[in-house]
Design a protein around this ligand. Structure first.
Ligand code: 2RA
Length: 339
């Protein structure tokens, strides 16, 4: 019978998108528990014409819960994820807390579904499944079909990341700053220490001793885990750009075996969860606005890398909705695999 669900962090941007995706996809559930911090407990929300009272997340929240969707930050996942697993829940965690744990599958359903094949609903045994970082999901949705055909040996990624990745408050600040700047006022800088409107800057994640920020190293490490290939060379530069909710990524791929651009285009046209927008005469290629609020990742600018001999290199440009496929949709597709 249909599973009982819990949504942890239901008031956040991803938490709200969990509910939208559950409804859009007719995900079957016999009950659903809306969980958030003490601050939100007691508030009402309507979901699928039913009224729900948001409950405070506690250690007892997971009794009888089959699947728990988490998106409330790494510290909440670290504290309550294991508790939920002990109570027999299968946790799909959108935070980075457990992504690199060798016992936790890191899953993009269209890419590496087998990584979670040992996890069964109804076994009474809880488990943890990690949702990859949004920029990783969006990149690998396009890069993996090509990798499966010609084996990527090196990937260089430049990302152009939306405000939504920094949360609902960042989206609100971008809108506020845009108005303020247009009105000749001093922009309000609370979320980011610098002006964001009409500007762009290196991703706000902490910078590590090697000079990369955490967002860039997530792309490097998560790609190797998801592809189960510790030798693939990955480097990344992640930039925050004044766009609301969809990431864009420029991806350069170097292959072990030749792959010409026409074959690459065909592979991508047939790839699940991918749409090709690649019209050179009209200069029509993926844009963040085009993919916003949509499930599919869009890819274009497919072209042979002229810096490589033969067909061993390819450049592509990818856009994907950060909140949907980059977080909530991917997590719920993972949950669907448990049904
Ligand atoms: C970002 N990847 O876009 C992060 C969100 N999890 O900032």
């Amino acid at each position: 019978n249909a599973p009982s669900l819990a949504v942890v962090g239901v008031t956040g941007a991803v938490g709200q998108e969990f509910l939208s995706v559950l409804s859009d996809r007719g995900f079957p559930y016999r009950s659903i528990k809306m969980l958030a911090s003490k601050r939100s407990a007691g508030k009402h929300l309507t979901f699928e014409d039913n009224d729900y009272v948001i409950e405070e997340l506690t250690a007892d929240s997971f009794d009888g819960i089959d699947i728990a969707l988490f998106s409330a930050g790494g510290s909440i996942s670290k504290q309550f994820g294991p508790i939920a697993v002990d109570r027999g829940s299968i946790v799909v965690d959108n935070s980075s807390a457990f992504r690199m744990d060798e016992n936790v599958p890191l899953v993009i359903p269209e890419v590496n579904p087998d990584a979670m094949k040992h996890i069964k609903l109804g076994s009474g045994k809880g488990a943890l499944i990690a949702n990859p970082n949004c920029s990783t999901i969006i990149c690998l949705m396009a890069a993996t079909p090509l990798h499966r055909c010609a084996k990527v040996v090196r990937m260089v990624v430049s990302t152009y990341q939306a405000a939504s990745g920094a949360g609902a408050a960042a989206m609100e600040e971008l809108e506020l700053q845009t108005r303020e700047v247009l009105e000749g006022k001093q922009p309000t800088c609370k979320i980011f220490k610098q002006q964001y409107a009409f500007n762009l800057f290196s991703h706000n994640a902490p910078v590590l001793p090697n000079g990369y920020n955490e967002e860039e190293m997530k792309l490097v490490k998560e790609t190797r885990k998801i592809w189960n290939d510790m030798n693939v060379k990955v480097t990344a530069t992640c930039i925050r750009v004044p766009v609301m909710r969809a990431h864009a990524e420029s991806v350069n791929l170097q292959f072990e075996n030749p792959l010409d651009e026409d074959k690459a285009r065909d592979i991508l046209k047939n790839a699940p969860g991918v749409v090709v927008i690649d019209e050179r005469p009209s200069n029509n290629f993926p844009t963040p606005l085009e993919v916003s609020n949509k499930d599919d990742v869009a890819v274009g600018r497919i072209r042979r890398d002229v810096s490589q001999d033969g067909n061993f290199g390819l450049d592509i440009f990818v856009c994907g909705d950060q909140i949907r496929k980059g977080a909530a949709l991917n997590a719920i597709q993972i949950a669907e695999m448990l049904l």
